[in-house]
Design a protein around this ligand. Structure first.
Ligand SMILES: [Fe+2]
Ligand SMILES: [Fe+2]
Length: 175
């Protein structure tokens, strides 16, 4: 197994402001399925946090008050971490699995397409974040809801499709 493959998995969780904390996800990580679950658990938690901050911000917002810096930073950091995760999957994990588990190719194609869909919503959100002080709260929330729905469905399907194959790959790799 290539060094870069394991590196893509192990480093994908390091983007953004925080890494998955001990205790997130499945507990002890013994294989790539555990690692994927750990990263997904962290992404789900970050998404919940951003949604809670967006609700708090828009509920208390008064006309003329600029974007909450914390919301903006967390939202951008989350988008960056998510992009990094998907880039690692598209570039390393999916090609590796397609090569060794041909029966997964249909699922992998669908998962890659879902990455593009999520990417499109992320672009919309980042564009709104550029000037959230004047952004329409309804539109921002709608995009965040859309990201949440698309991403949650994607993470669920990815786990359902790939965890059995990933469970056969030890992690961390043997020295
Ligand atoms: Fe993915
Ligand atoms: Fe993933």
């Amino acid at each position: 197994m290539s060094e870069s493959f394991h590196q893509a998995i192990s480093e994908e969780s390091r983007a953004g402001e925080e890494s998955p904390a001990a205790g997130d996800g499945p507990g002890e990580v013994a294989n790539l399925a555990d690692k994927l679950l750990e990263v997904h658990t962290w992404l789900r938690a970050q998404l919940q946090q951003v949604r809670a901050e967006a609700d708090a911000y828009f509920t208390g917002r008064e006309p003329g008050v600029p974007l909450g810096l914390q919301l903006r930073q967390h939202c951008l950091a989350f988008c960056q971490a998510l992009e990094f995760h998907h880039t690692g999957e598209d570039g390393q994990v999916f090609p590796f699995l397609a090569d060794r588990h041909p029966h997964l190719r249909g699922a992998l194609d669908r998962l890659s397409e879902e990455h593009r869909t999520v990417e499109g919503v992320q672009r919309e959100l980042v564009a709104l974040l550029a000037d959230l002080g004047t952004a329409d709260p309804g539109r921002f929330r709608a995009e965040l809801d859309r990201l949440s729905a698309e991403l949650t469905a994607h993470l669920d399907y990815e786990e359902e499709s790939l965890l059995p194959a990933l469970a056969g790959i030890p992690f961390p790799p043997a020295p």
